[in-house]
Write a protein that binds this ligand. Sequence first.
Ligand code: NAD
Length: 487
Amino acid sequence: MSVTSDTKVIKNLINGEWVSSNSKVTLDIPNPATNEILAKVPVSTKEDVDQAVAAAKRALIEWKKVPVPKRARIFFKYHSLLSENHAELAKLIVYENGKAYKEAYGEVGRGIECVEFATGAPTLMMGETLSGIAEDIDSEMFRYPLGVVGGITPFNFPMMVPLWMFPLAIVCGNTFVLKPSERTPLLANKLAELFTEAGAPPGVLNVVHGAHDVVNGLLEHKDIAAISFVGSQPVAKYVYERAAAQGKRVQALSGAKNHHIVMPDADIEKAVQHVLSSTFGSAGQRCMACSAVVVVGENDKFIDALKQKADDLNIGNGIDEEVLLTPVIRKEHRQKIIGYIEKGVAEGAELIRDGRKEMGEHPAGNFLGPTIFDHVTPEMTIAKDEIFGPVLSLLRAKDLDEGLEYIKRSRFGNGATIYTNNAKAIRKFREEADAGMLGINIGVPATMAFFPFSGWKDSFYGDLHVNGKDGINFYTRKKMITSRFDA
Ligand code: NAD
């Protein structure tokens, strides 16, 4: 933390105005590839939160009455503006998050798809009716917004995750206070700027930057009706419990440890390609990243090919379009990952590729080369914890049952994938894999905006997931009308 110097301190958005935080304390926003300081983010206070929530509460009075098609029209305009700015948004993601331009471009696309989904609100928000539940009596169900919703987001998808939240919440008639990751706050402001340009009235979307105080301010605020959270497991659990204890509706998406099962019949070339880009894309900092491969049977060909292709990966600044492996978010995070590599060695896993050797190639940035451990067993720390970096564990299994058992033993259940063309194995995997999003010959089985993003076990706390019909149900409450017509 530092006290403000010459570098630009970004602002909060409250009631349609870009305002300075009440706090003078700031954090640097370095480019992970160079550690050059891009700007500073204020560590806002509870007072800032109170102002934002008050603005959202005032805006709610009119916004919830705006006809649904009219609300949706703002999102058509927003969709156009985001599409026009696609490349610029992607570059901003590269600068503050560090991921490769192609991935950032893809992320912008996934974010725009959420806005696309939100434009369907007039259909999505429809209720249900039944004529004749009894003699001369009919029943109708209508959906209404909840009120002011708080959203708390992580650094790894600075565009997609905020867009999982505020478009759907707002199109359903809620108003919103967003607390973006303090490590990637620039893109959030760009999203808010374009939303204002699309015609969002003041106070409908507010942005308060900062860290724990802002989060706690939202969790405890009596005028916040619901919390959408995405981030690491301990924080997700904390947010879920604390907000639920205050009577709020909560969805808290959490950490992951995604297993990919490589069956003996798998197409080796394709499996290697999918595993590599799933594991090392975004430097392993994806909640749907592959972090453990279960090799079924003796498959030295797969392991040799994987290692060789890992040696060939281009490492560098994500702005260079040829690069696949980019830096991790901060130097401290790299240190934590190195701690896991040391632990893997100490616990007896076989380090067959050590990415620490590439650290010196780009000394200014937070780089770490592809790291692969073989003969990892399920009780080792590197098999259990979410490392969130370019580190892959290979586990050996004698058959599919044993592979499925490894998935079952994991406390996380975000995603899992199988590489095979065997119909029986595919069906068994689909029925028995203990995770919410499965891939069949797919490296990153992340769902589209019209389906729920559906983690299980410690990868999710709550009931209704983000996106799809779950998203609509999360951001609305139902009212039942029962009418007698016998007069
Ligand atoms: P993080 O938990 O450090 O931060 C997430 C948010 O919580 C940030 O806005 C941060 O300011 C806030 N926060 C952090 N510590 C806090 C504390 N002690 N008290 C209150 N608030 C706190 O997560 P991150 O490192 O930004 O993001 C990576 C994590 O997010 C990974 O674990 C990843 O798996 C997870 N993630 C999950 C999904 C999913 O869909 N399940 C999607 C994206 C990311």
